[in-house]
Design a protein. Structure first.
Length: 1196
């Protein structure tokens, strides 16, 4: 039978598995499917249905194959809460069925003939899980199991059964196992197992009644179950057991009464249960154990009395009489206050004794004498004060002793003299002031825990005899220093815990003999240096030195096989890697949080690392490619540092395998600036498809500081607009600008004195902020490419002609609150792209009509709060794109409809708070116009007119009555006929001339950009002379000189693009192609002479390494002093100008100068390169030959 069931397995899909007959394939009903069984002629069916015969479904179980179906499992949906129903004779055709399981079907009852016909059924499981519906209880009809005479296992758990019909189980003569757990049975007599009942289920071996609502067990409740071996009554509410509650259960071996409300046990409760081997009475409230209660239980092996209320009154010499075979006794969590000598004297076979969490203060001498087989003794969490020489006498077989969390201050050195086989000793959290001498005799000891004591010194002989010790815990003591000989004899030590002491020094070589040490904890001490302590421990895998005073760290301090390193909460300012061994380490987890780190580079991060915690440091810089080649990376935490700017390559990763998860980074709580280099961070999570950037988990929490904002200081990174990512600059010269060394250079951007200037990444936004800078006139050197200029809050007085000439990109101009009283003709000449002009809060008195000429794209004009008394009719005529105009808050009296004749796009107009006149000759026209423009005028409610009377009264114009102005004649009304322009031809001529001149100027100013664009687009070089004389015969198109620390950039990015891109160039790389052993000066000379261009990768690494070498610098000086037109300088990263020597500054001013990351970087670089030639073979060998020839000539 068991061989058949072992092959029945559930199937995954939504419906049901049917094992089909090999001789005759019958179709399974809908929703059912089955695999084959090993026997071939048997069918096992598993049906996963929504419900059985509910308002949703009509289930026809008659479709199930009748022959050879031996197993049927029906699973209803555990999501849909609809009641199911079993019908009579549901399985009557399944005469071969031996196993029936019904799960999750919410049944309210089992009808009397539900299982009719299942005469060969052996196993029946019915679990409705009605506990999910507290109001639904399962009711079973009488005689529901009358045909199941062969039933052996019956599982009715989790059904919310409150009661059972009398004698329900009486026909089940072969029943061996019954489960009624997790129901709501309150009375055990309903099972008909008492002596007076009909002879029901006489063959039962195990009954589980746990998790019910039983409150008592009456006498002879199970008397009919003479063959019962296991009874589980745990986790009910049983408060009382009658005297003969277990009467008649002669075969009982396992009894579980745990988790009830028992306070006492009848003295003769176990009188007829002589075969008991396991008895569980834990988690009750038993306070009384009658003398002789356990008498006669000489087969009992395991007794659990934990978590009761037992005291010494009832636990004494008579309590455990006759328990000669008892192997395990648990008395934990009681109220024992002492252990007497005779308490355990009869327990000669006891192996495990648990007494933790009592109130034991004293242990009599020889209490454990005679317990020769005891191997585990637990006395933790008591109030023991002292261990005398005879307290533990006789424990010759003891392996584990735990007396932690007591109040022990003294331990006699002879107390464990007979326990030489002890392997684990826990004396933690007591009051010991030194290492107890008793351990000297424990030569088999493997684990020793002395944590939480008051030990302040470790001597060289403290552990001298513990040759087999593998685990030593000394945490939470007062140890201050450790000398070289303390652990010398612990050659098998694997785990050492010295955390939470006061250790300020560990002598070098202290662990030199502990060669198999795997884990060390020295955290929460006062150490300042770990150099020389661990580097030789090849087996060390786990090291924690957090919460110390470490200031210096280098990866050379730890062994290369270390996998976990905890450095958090120290004062480390650098993850040093002097020997550049990042590729040789095995570290997987590094926690360097809460330190003083300020810079992270590729050498700071081992290649093997998976999880890296760098949060809560002082990191201001993450260098480009810091995480490149870290292929195992899973998580990096840079949270809560001082990072204001991140280069896009700072988070650049090696290409991840498609099957590998993208690493997760945390960057929140950093003071990021919304500068021009940070816009990329907004979209970093959309770069996952490239698999070269991590996923920033807390991207939505990152805020950044706006560098130029009058309204708010910070903004969510994801909400920042493109034009809000700005960088400050003092002076800037574009790479294609050649007049920066001369005055009046239009393509040089120089920020005026006392001003602050910003630009975005593409220089499309160029903001000049000179607000409140005490200027009395407009600064002369405002950059020509400025897009926004702030001159508000100054004392400019007048704006002269052509003040802003040449600022062709200016779109927004602030001149408000600057005491401007007059605007001269052509002040804004040349500002053809101006869109917003702020002139409010000045002292303008008159607009003569020419002030805003040629501002055809102006959309917003603010003139409010001035002292304007008159506006010429043609003032706003040329502002054809004007949408917003404010002239409110002035001294205007007369209104003309000619003001806004050409302003067809005007949407918002403010003209209120002016002393408009109430004269009838103007008023009718004004009011008529106001009615027509009601949707445009935004401040109608504050437009008033003043009367010419002595009282100075005024009226609101919108409701003013015009009946007093009936004498107005037609001749006084202002004509609305369009203005005819009689100068059309001259205007067109002048305009055409201006356009031609403008185009010529644009071509001249942008000639270099046009040349780059033409070459990138069509491969044509404009205004460019052919190759330098003799360049056609050069071996290489370019020689690349760079620092070895920038080799990743050169070999992984620059060289592949130039050598394998389009066009394909021939490069000579410094560290790749130079012959080994050649003089550096000769090699550089030869490389430059055989190359058409020289590319210099100028970086901070280059300045601090290569350029500091005399022979390297002299070679570059010698060769490049006359070849500057062939030099291409590429700036990599931020290079401090103050660290550049005069020669390099001169190179940057007189040569092609590119910055990595600039817009159109590759196009500009390839334009500066020579025309590529077809590749030739053997360049390296030719270079080697030239170098060798040159050296030979020098020797001659």
């Amino acid at each position: 039978m068991n061989a058949v069931w072992s092959y029945i397995q559930p199937v995954v899909p939504t419906a049901v598995t049917v094992l089909q007959d090999v001789r005759r394939r019958e179709e399974a009903p809908e929703g059912c499917n089955s695999p084959m069984t090993a026997s071939g002629d048997l069918v096992a069916l598993t049906c996963r249905l929504r419900t059985i015969n509910s308002e949703l479904d009509v289930t026809n179980l008659s479709l199930i194959p009748s022959k050879h179906t031996v197993s049927l499992r029906i699973e209803c949906s555990d999501v849909l809460f609809f009641q199911s129903a079993l019908q009579n004779k549901s399985f009557v055709r399944l005469t071969d069925l031996r196993e029936l399981d019904i799960h999750y079907c919410k049944l309210g009852e089992v009808p009397p003939e539900a299982f009719l016909g299942l005469t060969d059924l052996h196993n029946l499981t019915l679990r409705t899980y009605n506990t999910d519906w507290s109001a639904m209880a399962l009711k079973i009809a009488p005689h529901a199991f009358r045909d199941q005479r062969n039933l052996q296992r019956l599982d009715l758990g989790d059904n919310n059964i409150w009661t059972l019909p009398p004698e329900l189980l009486c026909n089940l003569l072969n029943l061996r196992w019954l489960n009624l757990s997790r129901n709501k049975l309150q009375d055990v007599t309903v099972l008909s197992f008492s002596r007076g009942s009909r002879f029901c289920a006489p063959g039962l071996r195990a009954v589980d009644l746990s998790y019910n609502h039983l409150v008592s067990v009456p006498a002879q409740a199970f008397a009919a179950l003479k063959n019962l071996q296991a009874l589980n009554l745990s986790l009910n509410g049983i408060g009382k057991l009658e005297d003969k509650a277990l009467f008649g259960m002669y075969s009982l071996e396992v009894l579980d009464l745990s988790g009830n409300l028992l306070t006492a046990l009848p003295p003769e409760l176990f009188q007829e249960n002589k075969r008991l081997t396991k008895l569980y009475i834990r988690n009750n409230s038993v306070s009384v154990l009658a003398p002789g209660l356990f008498s006669g239980l000489d087969l009992l092996l395991e007794l659990e009395l934990s978590s009761n209320l037992l005291t010494n009154t009832w636990v004494n010499s008579e309590t455990f009489t006759d328990l000669l075979r008892l192997a395990s006794l648990d008395l934990s969590n009681n109220q024992l206050s002492r252990l007497d000598a005779a308490t355990f004297r009869d327990l000669t076979n006891l192996q495990v004794l648990k007494l933790p969490h009592n109130m034991i203060e004293s242990i009599s001498n020889n209490t454990f004498n005679g317990l020769f087989r005891l191997h585990t003794l637990i006395l933790s969490h008591n109030k023991i004060l002292e261990i005398g020489d005879k307290t533990l006498m006789g424990l010759i077989g003891l392996h584990v002793l735990k007396i932690d969390n007591n109040e022990i201050f003294n331990v006699d050195s002879q107390s464990l003299v007979n326990s030489t086989g002890l392997q684990e000793l826990d004396m933690s959290y007591n009051y010991l002031k030194s290492i107890p001498n008793l351990i000297k005799n424990l030569k088999s000891l493997k684990t020793l825990d002395l944590s939480g004591n008051e030990i302040d010194q470790l001597h060289n002989n403290s552990f001298s005899s513990l040759h087999h010790l593998t685990v030593l815990r000394l945490a939470s003591n007062n140890v201050q220093n450790i000398t070289i000989g303390v652990f010398s004899n612990l050659t098998e030590l694997q785990v050492l815990n010295l955390s939470k002491n006061k250790i300020y020094a560990v002598e070098k070589g202290t662990f030199i003999k502990n060669i198999i040490l795997e884990a060390v904890r020295l955290d929460d001490n006062q150490m300042k240096n770990i150099h020389g302590l661990f580097s030789e421990l090849e087996n060390l895998k786990w090291l924690n030195v957090s919460k110390n005073h470490l200031e210096l760290f280098d990866y050379a301090f730890v062994p290369k096989g270390l996998q976990y390193l905890d450095l958090r909460s120290n004062m480390i300012n650098e993850l040093g890697n002097y020997y550049e061994i990042e590729s040789e380490l095995s570290l997987k987890i590094i926690d360097a949080s809460f330190n003083r780190l300020h810079d992270i580079s590729a050498s700071s991060v081992p290649d093997s690392v998976e999880i890296l915690f760098l949060n809560n440091n002082q990191i201001t810089r993450v260098q480009p490619y810091a995480f490149f080649k870290k292929k195992n990376l899973l998580r990096v935490d840079l949270f809560a540092n001082r990072i204001t700017n991140l280069n896009q390559n700072a988070l650049r990763l090696s290409v991840m395998e498609p099957t590998k998860e993208i690493p997760e980074f945390f960057l929140g709580e950093n003071p990021f600036d919304c500068d021009c280099t940070m816009e990329w961070l907004q979209t970093i999570n959309s770069l996952e498809s490239t698999r070269q950037h991590p996923r920033v988990i807390d991207l939505d929490t990152i805020n950044c500081r706006l560098l130029n904002s009058k309204r708010q200081s910070s903004i969510s990174l994801l909400e920042a607009l493109k034009l809000q990512f700005l960088c400050e600059y003092k002076s800037h010269c574009f790479s294609l600008c050649h007049c920066c060394d001369f005055d009046a250079c239009d393509c040089e951007m120089t920020c005026p004195l006392n001003c602050t200037c910003f630009h975005d990444d593409s220089w499309a936004a160029n903001i000049v902020d000179c607000s409140s800078s005490s200027y009395t006139s407009v600064p002369e050197r405002i950059p020509m490419d400025a897009s926004e200029v702030y001159l508000d809050g100054n004392e400019l007085s007048s704006l002269s002609s052509h003040t802003f000439i040449g600022r062709k990109n200016l779109r927004i101009l602030y001149l408000n609150n600057s005491k401007v009283d007059v605007i001269y003709n052509r002040t804004f000449n040349g500002l053809k792209l101006l869109q917003k002009l702020y002139l409010q809060d000045n002292i303008l008195k008159e607009l003569k009509g020419y002030e805003f000429d040629h501002l055809g794209l102006l959309q917003e004009l603010f003139l409010h709060n001035n002292q304007l008394t008159s506006i010429n009719n043609s003032t706003f005529k040329s502002l054809v794109s004007l949408q917003t105009l404010r002239i409110d808050g002035n001294q205007l009296k007369t209104f003309s409809v000619n003001y806004f004749t050409n302003n067809k796009m005007l949407k918002s107009l403010h003209i209120g708070n002016n002393p408009w006149t109430c004269d009838c000759e103007d008023l009718d026209m004004f009011k008529t116009w106001l009615d027509m423009a009601a949707n445009t005028v935004a401040d109608t409610n504050v437009i008033t007119c003043a009367h010419n009377d002595s009282e100075g009264t005024s009226s609101q114009l919108a409701i003013y009555d015009l009946s007093s102005c009936s004498n107005i004649t037609e001749t006084q009304k202002i004509s609305r006929e369009p203005y005819i322009d009689y100068v059309f031809l001259p205007t067109v001529t002048l305009g055409t001339f201006a356009i031609v001149v403008t185009l010529i100027l644009l071509v001249f100013c942008n000639r270099n950009r046009m040349r780059v664009w033409m070459y990138a687009k069509y491969g044509v070089r404009l205004f460019y002379r052919s190759e330098f004389e003799g360049d056609a015969d050069k071996l290489f198109d370019a020689f690349v000189s760079y620092s070895s620390k920038d080799e990743v950039f050169v070999t992984q990015i620059l060289a592949p693009e130039l050598e394998r891109g389009s066009p394909m160039y021939k490069l000579c790389l410094h560290y790749r192609d130079f012959p080994v052993g050649a003089y550096i000066t000769d090699t550089i000379l030869s490389a430059v002479e055989t190359s058409k261009r020289t590319i210099l990768i100028l970086s901070e690494n280059f300045i601090k390494s290569e350029w500091c070498r005399f022979e390297f610098r002299s070679a570059h000086h010698e060769v490049l002093k006359d070849r500057r037109r062939r030099l291409i300088v590429i700036l990599l990263g931020d290079v401090p100008q103050r660290e550049l020597d005069p020669d390099i500054r001169l190179y940057l001013k007189t040569n092609t100068y590119l910055k990595w990351g600039d817009t159109h970087f590759w196009e500009k670089l390839k334009f500066a390169m020579p025309d590529a030639q077809p590749p030739a073979r053997g360049q390296q060998h030719q270079l080697h030959a030239l170098v060798a020839q040159q050296q030979q000539q020098q020797h001659q």
